[in-house]
Design a protein around this ligand. Structure first.
Ligand SMILES: Nc1ncnc2c1ncn2[C@@H]1O[C@H](COP(=O)(O)OP(=O)(O)O)[C@@H](O)[C@H]1O
Ligand SMILES: O=C(O)[C@@H](O)C(=O)COP(=O)(O)O
Length: 424
């Protein structure tokens, strides 16, 4: 297998979002959980997305795991590696986007790295280096209240400069609009000044196509699914990859009981839970009980098991920003996040033991904890449920399973029903 594109994603939902985008753009793609074991049978593919759970861990660990993934991908022929980050640039001043970018850049000897989280299909655009989420700048969007990495600055040049060892430049939209050669000239100018990375503006998919053409000649880029789209289209349009039909079929029906788990506290997820209340039984976990050692997971399982034969159920820990802040003030941010993620993993593991074969998980960190606990080594990409969220078929696991890993902010109000409708 010689890869046309290697990808390292900093969380599992982000990885499935990217794998979905690459698949839809014609690249045969597989998502692996971590670096695949040597004995994992992978299909013949153009791109591998190695999923890490490295967005919110200590920067040094994120660097070492990303480096190991890069070595594996380059060893399989990937001349370009995309470090997939969140389209809302989820990170803190301690990292992990800057430190990982710096390390990968050192490893591959890249002069200047293109960076953009733009993903217009989901309303993420970048103008003059400022990230917009829909109609508002990042710092006015719901991301200002994220439980783990509240985003308070929309200027990505500033945000990345606080995290990185290199100076950060800007390639503005006017330059992108003039085309690939104008972007190349601007990059050469910035690199000549010793600048090692540049935020690049993008508002429309055509901007991403220009960016993809330029990025494809480099060794490394950093961004969300938008730059993945640009890279994939560049690989196809330059003949480096023969376009494959998008995976509209995720194989034979799996059937069996279905369940949904929500650990995301994003506004989109809160609305989706409210809609689900109309169509399926919903259990609201008590986060305080989880933090104080009560067996809240067992209480949820006792509630869910007798209901599974009648239809899907939803178990949610999600709370409003005020409730999240209050819980974090009582128990600490990391302790709260970790304990709730582990409770979700306990619930998922036991639901699967009880026969659940179709599982929808809302939240990136939450999905990471669940997929790790289920020891799933990788996924094939099936139909798209909503922008950035495909049906996933587990590969190499004990039994057949379908999953959907939903980024907190993605999907319409009926997401849970939409997903289950496509996971047969
Ligand atoms: N009620 C709650 N209070 C505080 N933190 C919570 C609560 N429910 C979930 N969390 C934590 O918030 C974080 C949500 O992150 P994540 O799962 O990545 O969602 P998103 O995709 O919206 O970012 C997780 O660490 C999760 O355990
Ligand atoms: O790029 C994106 O927005 C997503 O792919 C993603 O990474 C979202 O992260 P979570 O909201 O933490 O799932």
């Amino acid at each position: 297998m010689t890869l046309a594109l290697g990808c390292i994603a900093d969380d599992y939902t982000g990885a499935s979002d990217l794998a979905n985008t690459l698949t839809r753009a014609g690249l045969r793609t597989v998502q692996t959980i971590g670096i695949p074991a040597d004995d994992l049978a992978l299909p013949e593919v153009d791109a591998v997305v190695v999923s890490l759970k490295s967005r919110s861990i200590e920067a040094g660990l994120a660097v070492s795991r990303s480096r190991a993934a890069e070595t594996w991908l380059r060893g399989r022929g990937a001349s370009h590696v995309l470090f997939k980050i969140c389209s809302t640039f989820d990170s803190t001043d301690a990292g992990n986007i800057g430190p990982v970018m710096d390390a990968l850049r050192d490893d591959c000897g890249e002069g200047i790295v293109l960076v953009t989280p733009a993903f217009p299909e989901t309303g993420r655009t970048v103008y003059q280096g400022n990230l917009f989420v829909g109609a508002v700048p990042l710092n006015e969007s719901p991301l200002k209240d994220h439980p783990l990495n509240p985003m308070h600055d929309s200027s990505l040049v500033r945000v990345l400069a606080r995290q990185s060892r290199t100076q950060i430049g800007l390639v503005d939209l006017a330059t992108v609009t003039r085309g690939a050669d104008a972007v190349r000239a601007r990059l050469a100018e910035l690199a000549g000044k010793g600048i090692g990375a540049a935020i690049i503006d993008a508002v429309f998919d055509r901007d991403l196509e220009t960016i993809g053409l330029v990025a494809a000649d480099h060794r490394l880029s950093v961004g969300a699914s938008g730059i993945g789209l640009g890279l994939a289209r560049a690989l196809v349009s330059t003949g480096k990859v023969k376009s494959a039909a998008a995976g509209s079929e995720s194989g034979a029906a799996v059937g069996g009981p279905a369940a949904c788990l929500a650990g995301s506290c994003s506004q989109a997820t809160l609305k989706q839970i409210a809609s689900a209340e109309q169509v399926m039984p919903v259990f609201h976990l008590d986060p305080d009980r989880i933090l104080t050692g009560a067996d809240e997971a067992q209480r949820a399982l006792d509630w869910a098991r007798p209901r599974l034969a009648e239809g899907p159920v939803l178990i949610a820990s999600s709370s409003t920003p005020d409730q999240v802040s209050a819980l974090q003030a009582r128990h600490g941010r990391d302790a709260a996040g970790h304990a709730i993620e582990q409770a979700m993993a306990d619930i998922a593991e036991n639901l699967v033991k009880s026969g659940v074969r179709r599982l929808v998980v809302a939240g990136g960190e939450t999905s990471g904890a669940v997929v790790d606990r289920l020891k799933i080594p990788g996924f094939l990409v099936g139909v798209e449920i909503a922008a950035g969220v495909p049906v996933l078929r587990a590969v190499g696991a004990g039994g057949e399973m379908l999953l959907a890993l939903k980024s907190g902010n993605f999907g319409g109000p009926e997401f849970f029903s939409d997903a289950l409708g496509l996971m047969r």
